[in-house]
Design a protein around this ligand. Structure first.
Ligand code: 4AD
Ligand code: MG
Length: 435
């Protein structure tokens, strides 16, 4: 098989006829006369039939094959209704065993935790293979979305001297001998410096939050895709966010139908989200809907809880942008809606339907140095740490806005995953840091 040109299984299905494949044993079944191998590679699976009568030279070797053994195999692709994907390689003309795998630790009935312990092996599962292909599309779509609209990619440090999203979720890192820094909670504060040079910028990078929660929607290390734009205000930035989500869904529908079908995702819903207009409502209107339509009792001044976000999202059945949350529960940089509604912040979240996941958070940025100093002090922060940030308000200040999109949240929603841990190759949470 030395000189063979190897095809992926998908390429072989397209071409038909005689093919050479290489991959791993996904399943195997033996009878007296046959060894049935389901071969797996990055593209698909296909059954290969090795026959005692026709393949005497390697039939005995084939009998030794175990799950995840690596092999090269040649033969003829044929339609066969009984095979798992409707096609099989039969007859097989050649088999080369690359390695006989040791007994694979993952079998059909596995606890979730064992799957996470064996994440390095579980990545081979068809489920994660499908999710990772969707992830590839989502990440590519985000770059394409911003680059095609004239945004520059701009990088910020991951070691940062202070918080941006609240001190309670900071990861502290020893910095040389006697100093400390924090892992980035957001690219934003540095992006606010970048826009004075580049105008409109974006980034996608690792983000760290010491979330002391075991929820199915929080990671300690996740990827955030953020944008920041000079001169942009709340009404405009929320429309950019809606366009970005529609574009991501469009690209996933274009490239990943097979994966979505494998994941049993309701594709008609994604087709709806690709085309739909997404409503924008104020926090106050969200409360009214919750309290009048759903008999809940949510008071002004509280952040929306998961179940409340879920109700709002289900109410609209498409992604919904909620703006003007109470200033008192918002980050120091989210400005009050002056002059008429100082208790409301010029900020927004986007909630995804089918569960109410917060997939995006953003805002206009405060230009009021004194107000920010007060709010930082109220949170126990040292405003001196932010003096460079306040410079951005001292030297040619302009209105500006931005937002951050949780990449794994978007993947979780698009793929219909129960847990966000399956949206990233190696999840990190309060209780999981290995492998
Ligand atoms: O709403 P957040 O905290 O906003 C910011 O960090 C802003 N500085 C972003 C900006 O304006 N540039 O986070 C943004 C998004 C959330 O809406 C959520 O989708 C995701 O990041 N996110 C998380 N995803 C997974 N695990 C976590 N622990 C997350 N925390 C936030
Ligand atoms: Mg948020």
């Amino acid at each position: 098989m030395k000189d063979s040109k190897f095809l992926t299984i998908d390429e072989a299905l397209k071409k038909g006829g005689n093919v050479s494949l290489r991959g791993w044993v996904y399943r195997e079944r033996k009878s007296n006369k046959f060894v049935f191998i389901v071969l797996r590679d990055e593209s698909n699976i296909i059954q290969c039939v090795i026959s005692k009568e026709k393949n005497p030279e390697f039939f005995e070797d084939a009998e030794k094959l175990t799950i995840e053994s690596s092999i090269k195999i040649s033969g003829t692709v044929r339609k066969d209704e009984r095979a798992p994907t409707g096609y099989e390689v039969s007859p097989v003309s050649d088999l080369e065993i690359v390695q006989i795998a040791e007994p694979f630790p993952i079998t059909a009935e596995q606890s979730r935790e064992l799957l996470y312990d064996n994440r390095h092996l579980w990545l081979r599962s068809r489920k994660l293979n499908a999710v990772l292909k969707v992830r590839h599309t989502v990440v590519g779509a985000i770059h394409e979305f911003f680059r095609s609209r004239g945004y520059y990619e701009f990088d910020a440090p991951l070691f940062q001297p202070s918080m941006s999203e609240g001190g309670s979720t900071l990861f502290e890192v020893k910095y040389f001998d006697n100093d400390k820094v924090y892992l980035s909670q957001s690219w934003q504060l540095y992006a606010e410096a970048g826009i004075f040079s580049l105008g409109r910028i974006y980034n996608m990078g690792p983000t760290f939050r010491a979330e002391k929660s075991k929820s199915s929607r929080h990671l300690a290390e996740f990827w955030m895709a953020e944008m920041e734009a000079a001169w942009m205000q709340l009404d405009e930035v929320t429309e950019v966010a809606k366009d970005e989500i529609r574009f991501i869904i469009k690209q996933v529908l274009k490239n990943n139908r097979k994966e979505l079908e494998f994941l049993e995702r309701d594709i008609s819903l994604l087709e709806l989200y690709e085309k739909a207009e997404y409503p924008t409502i104020k926090y106050a209107e969200a409360l009214e809907i919750l309290n009048t339509k759903y008999n809940m009792d949510v008071r002004w001044g509280k952040d929306l809880r998961t179940q409340e976000e879920a109700k709002i999202a289900d109410h609209f059945k498409v992604p919904v942008v909620v703006t003007h949350y109470p200033v008192e529960i918002m980050g120091f940089y989210k400005p009050p809606a002056l002059p008429d509604n100082p208790e409301e912040a010029l900020c927004f979240d986007m909630l995804a339907p089918e569960g109410g996941l917060e997939i995006i958070g953003g805002s206009e940025r405060s230009l009021l140095v004194d107000d920010m100093i007060q709010r930082l002090e109220a949170d126990g922060e040292d405003p001196l740490q932010y003096d460079w940030y306040f410079d951005l308000r001292r030297y040619g200040s302009v209105p500006h806005s931005g937002y951050g999109l949780g990449v794994e949240r978007v993947i979780q929603w698009i793929c219909g995953l129960e847990n966000i841990k399956d949206a990233i190759p190696f999840p990190r949470t309060m209780t999981r840091k290995k492998p």
